[in-house]
Design a protein. Sequence first.
Length: 355
Amino acid sequence: MAENKNSFENNEPSNAVMANASNAIMAEDFVRSNADIEKEPEIQRESKNFWQDAWSQLKRNKLAVVGMIGLIVIIILALVGPMISSHSYSDQNVQSRNLPPKVPVLDKVSFLPFDGEGAQGVNAYKEAGAKENYWFGTDQLGRDLWTRTWQGTQVSLFIGVVAALLDIFIGVVYGAISGFFGGRLDNIMQRIIEIIASIPNLIVVILFVLIFEPSIWTIILAMAITGWIGMSRVVRGEFLKLKTQEFVLASKTLGSSKTKLIFKHILPNTLGAIVVTSMFTVPSAIFFEAFLSFIGIGVPAPRTSLGSLVNDGRAMLLIHPHELFIPAIILSLLILFFYLFSDGLRDAFDPKMRK
């Protein structure tokens, strides 16, 4: 009883303080709200799906936007550029060979290299008797470099895009089967990949090009032999992660077939990784084709690519450097814009990078 009495006496000051504090709060301290308490508050936020959210994130990335715009400009020039010129990519005019670039308006600006003067500072067009201007100049056979550059860009883009599509098709099918079924089948399929990947890619491509007749499709098929391995590994990893998720297990419990589980439930959720990987595959294929053309086993003449133009201009570097620099700059910008855009897509599809 004594202990309870002491405890009660000790609580008396604190109760008094609380009473004083409650008395200190006046009615004027409260502000009446005009909100309807019976109505639930609404969250004002625009509803976006996965692709709209990714596009919104992509637009915030300035470098990705620059890469996308640059790609669009180069693709348009590749399609329209050969139509602007009156010359075909195979037209030869020996009298007009090795002419420097000349643009009608820009030739009045002294610091720009489009005045038609060669390395010696003389008007090469008057000496050759040329009556028309060549915006990118001509090569050692008198062919219009403007037309050949954009025609070569068409070929390089075609090879890169088609090779990437083949890599996507083969890699997605192979990786989906391996990742979904798993077990012994997955082990066998992964050992096959390791055997193929152990052979140097360059040796496989060179042997394939040398055995068959050199052409654009030969180069595409040669690159597709081993190019799908990276895509298959990405898809396999995504399937291994997603096949144990709750929505897949629920569909399996409801009796969905394996084909439906793969193509309707799991594969759509891997499209982000597939798109990003394919965007990195295109510039790699373009660069690899340029390398093959540079060493002389690329696109056969009279067709050309950016790699072939760089190889042709290499011999004229010290005398007529524009024959090398112009296609090399276009090739470098094309690959750079692809990588900038691909980096932006990777960040846009990654939920951890979103703001």
